[in-house]
Write a protein that binds this ligand. Structure first.
Ligand SMILES: Cc1ncc(C[n+]2csc(CCOP(=O)(O)OP(=O)(O)O)c2C)c(N)n1
Length: 334
């Protein structure tokens, strides 16, 4: 049975600069998201958007200071969180939603699920949930075969974890001791279906990994530093050739499955509690203030810088042209 990951964390073991980098990344993710929703309301972005608000600590903590550009990353259905933490430029992400050539797909549009940035190890994937499990085995195997210490981090939701490709992937990762870190973003719901209705393992989703001999644990995904530490240990093991790890990170969506979802299948009191008591950004800020690591002024400065960065990114993405017809044939080999 999966253990609950716990660790005494001394804030003084981190530099102020490193702590602020976690804050900056979480704020960047949240403001990117809020501004994208605003663009939807203005009628500039259409289609479905799956907001990642409420889970910023999970992605920022596991990626910042842990992953290198060349490490591979597969994102989940709220994957802008992970792409931003990995350093994919905001203008390119906005470009994918606006359909302009600034986007990573150079105008084909992508939303969350098709964008790619090969220079940052984000190779792209399909919109079917769980499509990342098998290709994650491929990149991890290639890294091992080539004798590098590159790792593959594979994010997915509790719903994706209920699909069969997870098991093929865990089996291969277990047999070949592949350098994969599986990170399950357990926000309790796949659309309106609760985790308890989807998994035969009743206690923890991470328990699936036991059957494949893969070390696993459950962690509070909204504690950015705990998330950082648990991922760091797993990544270090993978880099040393000590194989895969499965981390189940608990979190919750502040918004519905997609923008427009009435979100009436969850008790509003539960959502309120997560927003008020378990918000990863609010809690991290409070902790740094209480420990006299940072001042209100330090936070305001970052907030302003991020606002500026976001407005600039939107402008760049919006002012880029739509693709010409020839784009249809670019990269087409058959
Ligand atoms: C194979 C497949 N079935 C159904 C869908 C439709 N779909 C999109 S997101 C989603 C739920 C995903 O839930 P989860 O993996 O828990 O991620 P979350 O949305 O909670 O972040 C479903 C069923 C899909 N994209 N692919």
């Amino acid at each position: 049975m999966a253990e609950i990951y716990q660790k005494e964390i001394n804030l003084r073991d981190y530099s102020k600069e490193n702590l602020m980098a976690f804050y900056r990344t979480m704020v960047k993710i949240r403001k990117f998201d809020e501004n994208l929703i605003q663009l939807m309301h203005e009628g500039k972005v259409s289609g479905f958007y799956h907001s990642g608000i409420g889970s910023e600590g999970l992605s920022a903590g596991s990626i910042v200071h842990n992953l290198r550009d060349e490490d591979y990353l597969y994102y989940n259905h709220r994957g802008c969180n992970q792409k931003i933490a990995k350093g994919v430029p905001l203008s390119k992400l906005y470009g994918d939603f606006l359909g302009t050539v600034e986007g990573t797909t150079r105008g084909l549009g992508a939303g969350i699920v098709h964008s790619a940035d090969v220079s940052r190890g984000v190779l792209g994937q399909a919109g079917t949930i769980g499509s990342q499990f098998n290709i994650a085995v491929g990149t991890a195997y290639s890294a091992k075969f080539q004798g590098t210490d590159r790792v593959t981090v594979c994010y997915f939701g509790d719903g994706a974890a209920a699909r069969e490709p997870l098991h093929g992937s865990l089996n291969w990762a277990g047999i070949y001791e592949l350098p994969i870190i599986y990170i399950c973003e357990n926000n309790e719901y796949a659309i309106s279906c609760h985790t308890s209705e989807m998994h035969a393992v009743k206690e923890h989703i991470a328990d699936w990994a036991d059957g494949y001999g893969i070390p696993n644990c459950v962690v509070d995904g909204n504690d950015v530093l705990l998330m950082h530490e648990v991922a760091k240990e797993a990544i270090e093991r993978a880099r040393k050739g000590e194989g895969p790890t499965f981390i189940e990170a608990k979190t919750f969506r502040h918004r519905g499955h997609f923008e427009g979802d009435p979100y009436d299948y969850v008790d509003p009191e539960v959502v309120k509690e997560w927003k008020e008591k378990r918000d990863p950004i609010k809690n991290f800020k409070k902790r740094l203030l209480e420990n006299n690591i940072c001042s209100e002024n330090d936070f305001s400065k970052i907030d302003e810088q991020v606002d500026h960065e976001i407005q600039k990114a939107i402008k760049t993405a919006e002012s880029a042209p739509l693709p010409g017809r020839e784009r249809i044939f670019e990269g087409l080999f058959a």
